[in-house]
Design a protein around this ligand. Structure first.
Ligand code: AOF
Ligand code: ZN
Length: 366
């Protein structure tokens, strides 16, 4: 007999694997997986595929049929208790006659938030929470951030030379990193709800910031922080498939009209010293259900985000080249006068991508 704890962990690991299949498609919903098992034997599996589609539990329950009676369901997120686009999973689990429910993390959605668990308990179902919680959290940094902190999870992607330079001062940062690194960035974009840059980068690099992966089923929202509405209607970011949102402090009606005619959406938000108010931008993006926000910008915006503490994750690609001291810096960070004021990070992941190096960092605690 394998101990119950080990069995739960084993089935939860599989449920987390299943949840990962929704990495590129569930947005703005979380990635969720479910395994229904009796002892060691897996009876059915399910995962949430797309918003509006059935939840992971509903898929697994349908696959299990009558065999779900008396079984254990392992779900990566607390089963929901609300009528959203689909009926409550807690009710479906009760109706299916499962005996136990294990889940990894509580659903911080205020419409659920413990309500799913208490409904199961009230129906006499044994529950166990916090099974492989860290791994389940890691799947959904954006959804959890939006629900728990009211702001997106901010991932800043930067590509630099070994000496931390992102391009020549005269302009032209294409391309520092190789094909493999750029394909890797495409995958990071594809899992993001939105990709954001600044007006300066739109002007100097004219990026598209869209997803060009074969079979990509959704385009992240493209966001430009454009304080003065400098972006031209002919900019490439305005054109490709998907939505473009310009957040501005400008009230220039003529420029707005021309950009809107080209297909962009313009929203005015509060201004602040040096640009639009970053807090107001984050709040607005959270309201638009942006979970993971990927920032691909020049040194000004990345510097501002870093200095103000908005960065949750830094993904740094280092190409094995040197660009020298005349080239542009990684981030414009001024006023660090002592070692006590340095920005400190912890390395979460380090790997070679093609001929380049990828380092994933998070702000060091404290
Ligand atoms: C679950 N299992 O597989 C998912 C859950 O609009 P709806 O009806 O799809 O509801 C979306 C909310 O339901 C989402 O914000 C989150 O709280 C929960 N997602 N819950 O029990 C699932 N995807
Ligand atoms: Zn549900």
């Amino acid at each position: 007999m394998i101990a119950q704890d080990r069995l739960d962990a084993r089935h939860m690991a599989r449920a987390i694997e299943l949840a990962g299949r929704g990495l590129f498609t569930t947005d703005p919903n979380p990635r969720v997986g479910c395994v229904i098992a009796v002892g060691e034997r897996v009876i059915a599996e399910g995962w949430h595929q797309r918003p509006g589609g059935p939840h992971a539990e509903a898929v697994a329950i349908a696959a299990a049929g009558a065999a779900a009676r008396g079984a254990t369901a392992c779900v990566t997120l607390e089963p929901c208790c609300h009528h959203g686009r689909t009926p409550p999973c807690a009710d479906a689990l009760i109706a299916a006659g499962v005996r136990r429910v294990c889940y990894a993390i509580r659903d911080p959605n205020p419409r659920v938030s413990g309500g799913g668990a208490s409904r199961l308990v009230a129906a006499g179902i044994e529950i166990r929470s916090s099974v492989l919680a860290a791994a389940a959290r890691a799947l959904n940094p954006g959804f959890l951030s939006r629900m728990e902190r009211g702001r997106p999870w901010v991932r800043v992607k930067l590509a630099a030379s070994l000496d931390g330079r992102t391009g020549l001062a005269v302009g032209g940062s294409r391309w520092i990193t190789g094909d493999s690194a750029r394909a890797d960035v495409q995958r990071l974009r594809a899992r993001s709800s939105a990709v954001m840059t600044g007006a300066g980068t739109v002007q100097s690099d004219d990026p598209r910031l869209d997803v060009r992966l074969p079979g990509a089923s959704r385009q992240p929202l493209r966001v430009v922080l454009d304080t003065q509405l400098r972006t031209l209607p002919s900019a490439r970011i305005i054109a490709p498939p998907g939505q473009v949102l310009l957040l501005t402090a400008s009230a220039d009606a003529a420029r707005s009209a021309a950009l809107e005619k080209a297909g962009a959406r313009i929203e005015r938000i509060a201004g602040a010293a040096g640009g639009v108010d970053l807090g107001a931008a984050m709040q607005r993006l959270a309201a638009l259900e942006v979970n993971e926000l990927q920032v691909e910008s020049g040194p000004v915006l990345s510097g501002a985000l870093l200095a103000a503490g908005w960065v949750d994750e830094l993904v740094l690609y280092f190409a094995p080249v040197l660009l020298g001291t005349d080239a542009r810096p990684l981030a414009q960070l001024q006023g660090i006068g002592s070692m006590a004021e340095r920005l400190e990070f912890a390395i979460c992941d380090l790997r070679r991508v093609g001929r380049d190096l990828r380092v994933t960092l998070r702000p060091a605690p404290g």
